[in-house]
Design a protein around this ligand. Structure first.
Ligand code: HEM
Length: 125
């Protein structure tokens, strides 16, 4: 693959399309459940539904053909009073999930940029 091809490969492809993103999302939710800073927030939630929505969100946000059927980020997190520390914990879990699924550093940074751009819709809303 030459440089031009590499730089034009979509984020969706670099994450392994629907199958890869499903695997990454399952790892991510496993990381959340093992992270006391985050797991407490998910007590009593329908995790199958959260998983499905996060897969859709991730796929659509990476440029895939999937449709996201959940609420927007502001509506989803409104009233939760999420802290900066919790936000960083979720991002750490996401970066670890990407790394343990073999996603390269450039692609991890691309995902980080997208997640970081959403902070105003998640923290203390
Ligand atoms: C950029 C960071 C984040 C993104 C992209 C994100 C994305 C999402 C998505 C797509 C959903 C599903 C929405 C739906 O079902 O309609 C969701 C739900 C949820 N998020 Fe986040 N989230 C982020 C940060 C956080 C943080 C920092 C916390 C708290 C530690 C958090 C707690 C939750 C909870 C508890 C739910 C479940 C809501 C429910 O079941 O109704 N999220 N998030």
């Amino acid at each position: 693959m030459d440089t031009t091809t590499q730089t034009t490969t979509s984020l969706y492809d670099r994450l392994g399309r629907h199958e890869g993103i499903t695997r990454i999302t399952r790892t991510l939710i496993g990381n959340h459940m093992a992270n006391p800073l985050v797991s407490i927030r998910y007590a009593g939630r329908d995790m199958k539904k959260v998983e499905q929505r996060v897969i859709e969100f991730f796929c659509a946000g990476a440029g895939g053909p999937e449709t996201y059927t959940g609420q927007d980020m502001l509506a989803t997190h409104k009233g939760m009073n999420i802290s900066e520390q919790e936000f960083v914990a979720v991002i750490d879990d996401a970066m670890a999930a990407l790394e343990s699924n073999g996603i390269d550093a450039t692609t991890r940074n691309d995902v980080l940029t997208i997640l970081w751009s959403l902070k105003g819709e998640v923290i203390r809303v």
